[in-house]
Design a protein around this ligand. Structure first.
Ligand code: ADP
Ligand code: MG
Length: 237
């Protein structure tokens, strides 16, 4: 099954880019052909996470109508994993029209098992345009009330707009703390809990080394959770 999955959140900094990068690689390790898309149009962090050397052709060029979207597909250092990078300079950011995103992204669907989109946070025009490019949406929240509240808002609006919200990922969970539990969050969210990723200092360590955590240490708690999530996607759960 070919899928276009947008990874979104209400609040910023919940772990979307970390998830998109590592989930793409985890699916690649299962032999799936994946295209990760750096569509956080003003903060193209995913491109940095992948440490691409050549970023001459970007999503922004395609949004500006200067190239076809498939010309912006780059190979990465991970087998079966491709990346459409975002531009890092302000000129491209200022000129690219996010409203073109939902029209151009389906053009690459048939070339991949998964297209996974790293979205901007929130519900501004750029975020909504990008989220609407996804056929399925995954929300990422942290175990704090503002993050959960914002994810609920985004989920409700997307549901109202007729979008298919698969559910949410509960990232940076610390079970030993008496915070909000995944189960309580599932009750609040009214969307299925797709996975719990624990707070794990290995994520930061890996980032400092410039290596995605599932490669840096596949046995780390966060890596295990992301690898399990990839397996669940593959089983269609
Ligand atoms: P977003 O793309 O939603 O803004 P990022 O993926 O950039 O969020 O992550 C924000 C910060 O949180 C980064 O410093 C990242 O290393 C850290 N982070 C993400 N997930 C985890 C985790 N499970 N454990 C520890 N740190 C994490
Ligand atoms: Mg990000």
């Amino acid at each position: 099954m070919r899928r276009i999955i947008a990874v979104a959140s209400g609040k910023g900094g919940t772990g979307k880019t970390t998830l998109v990068c590592n989930l793409s690689i985890a699916l690649g390790l299962l032999g799936k052909k994946v295209c990760a898309v750096d569509a956080d149009l003003t903060m193209a962090n995913l491109t940095l996470y992948f440490r691409l050397e050549d970023t001459s052709k970007t999503l922004h060029d395609a949004l500006m109508g200067e190239i076809e979207i498939n010309e912006a597909i780059h190979t990465t250092r991970y087998e079966f994993v491709y990346l459409i990078p975002g531009a890092l300079d302000w000129e491209h950011v200022a000129k690219a029209d996010p409203r073109n995103f939902p029209e151009i992204i389906p053009k690459i669907k048939d070339d991949f098992d998964y297209v996974i989109i790293d979205c901007p946070a929130g519900l501004q025009m750029d975020a909504l345009s990008v989220i609407f490019g996804g056929e399925e949406i995954v929300l990422v929240t942290n175990p704090d009330i503002t993050s959960i509240g914002d994810a609920m808002k985004v989920g409700a609006i997307l549901k109202k707009a007729g979008k298919k919200v698969l559910g949410f990922i509960f990232n940076r969970y610390e079970s030993q703390k008496n915070g909000i539990s995944p189960e309580l969050t599932e009750d609040l969210m009214e969307f299925p809990l797709l996975g719990v990723i624990p707070e794990d200092s290995t994520v930061r360590e890996a980032t400092l080394e410039g290596v995605p955590v599932v490669i840096y240490n596949p046995k780390a708690k966060a890596s295990q959770a992301i690898i399990e999530l990839a397996q669940r996607f593959e089983r269609g759960e």
